[in-house]
Design a protein around this ligand. Structure first.
Ligand code: PEP
Ligand code: MN
Length: 353
């Protein structure tokens, strides 16, 4: 797959002129596929739910007039059949469908024997298993041209973005399926055209293979997701300013420095493990002491002191506060587990209740 692979087009197909004007203006951007939702999965009823089947003919017309490959979302086997009939170049499964294994299985069966490109968005919830399961169901039906799209997690708003970017979910996907290209959808992730640039660059910095970006020739008039769509000229300017990172480099000096730094990291990681083991050893001794004196494991005041001291030391050491909090929460949980096992152990001494 070409890197970065770029998919662009409106959230939804609205009219043939809207599709043609947008697509023609996107050709100079060098996009690889033109997108437009035909059937729109709206969270609540009463909103614009897409133009339906006529939109497929508009996609075919876009391809005829511009030469761009075209794609749309499918959510039912009948959508798949209609798209295959019209020769749509690629399909994607939306976040509200990936979450449903029954529906994904039905889509996979409908795709059996087809060579079409199928792109799978991460599910609306923070669940790598459902995302992986969708990929496995499709692969199980012989779909080989698979692509993943990371669009963040809905209903989990953090900071300013519409979706929680949840980058770690995409990173875990990548390590589970290293051979499957992964794109980022900064439009639905950010929910505002102002955030598309920073999220796109972050995705490329993390090594994503490409982007799916919503673009409409008149965003203010869009029937759906109007605030997050870029005009084609904005998209062209964005693409020309993004820095594309290579997956690796073969420069000798780079490789040598990388190796030295990695050796240092391996050494530090081994030290962290040995310190954690000593830390848990001390927790176990405390467990025995508490058991002998019939004292409960959780001592809130002590834990609050530890955490606030670590947050302050972590700040002095230039570490991110949330990172330090997460690490110490994990250490505390494991320390409680260690002590629990000691208190539960009937062989150890301690007064009966
Ligand atoms: C879309 O891409 O049009 C869409 C509905 O996105 P998502 O499934 O990521 O919400
Ligand atoms: Mn949209």
């Amino acid at each position: 797959m070409k890197r970065p692979f770029v998919i662009a087009g409106p959230c939804s197909a609205e009219t043939l002129p809207q599709m043609l004007s947008t697509a023609a203006a996107l050709v100079p951007a060098g996009v690889d596929l033109f997108r437009a939702g035909i059937w729109k999965p709206r969270t609540r009823p009463g909103c614009f739910e897409g133009v339906g089947e006529p939109g497929l003919d508009w996609l075919v017309e876009v391809r005829k007039q511009t030469g761009l490959g075209v794609c749309c979302e499918v959510a039912t086997p009948s959508h798949v059949e209609k798209c295959l009939e019209k020769g749509i170049d690629a399909l994607w499964i939306g976040a509200r469908t990936t979450v449903n294994p029954f529906m994904v299985q039905e889509l996979a069966e409908a795709l059996r024997g087809s060579a079409v490109k199928v792109m799978v968005k991460n599910p609306v919830n923070h669940d790598l298993g459902l995302w992986a399961g969708a990929i496995e169901r499709l692969a199980g039906c012989g779909v080989t041209d698979l692509v993943a799209i990371h669009r963040g997690v809905s209903g989990d708003k953090v900071l300013k973005y519409r979706n929680n970017p949840a980058w770690e979910l995409a990173i875990r996907f990548r390590s589970r399926f290293p051979e499957i290209p992964i794109l980022c959808d900064p439009s639905h992730m950010g929910g505002d055209s102002a955030y598309v640039r920073e999220l796109s660059q972050r995705a490329l910095d993390l090594g994503f293979d490409g982007l799916m970006i919503e673009s409409h020739y008149r965003p203010g008039e869009a029937l759906c997701d109007s605030s997050q769509q870029l005009t084609p000229p904005e998209l062209i300017s964005l693409l020309s300013s993004l820095k594309v990172r290579e997956t690796t480099a073969d420069d000798e000096q780079f490789l040598e420095e990388l190796e030295q730094l990695r050796a240092r990291i391996d050494d530090i990681d081994a030290n962290i493990l040995s310190l954690l083991s000593r830390r848990m050893g001390a927790s176990a001794e405390i467990g025995h002491l508490k058991k002998k004196n019939n004292v409960s494991i959780i001592q809130m005041r002590r834990w609050e002191e530890v955490l606030s001291q670590m947050l302050s030391l972590g700040g002095d050491a230039g570490l991110d506060e949330e990172f330090v909090r997460c690490i110490f929460n994990l250490i505390h949980e494991e320390s409680i587990n260690v002590q629990n096992r000691i208190l539960e152990d009937s062989e150890s001494t301690g007064p009966a209740l």
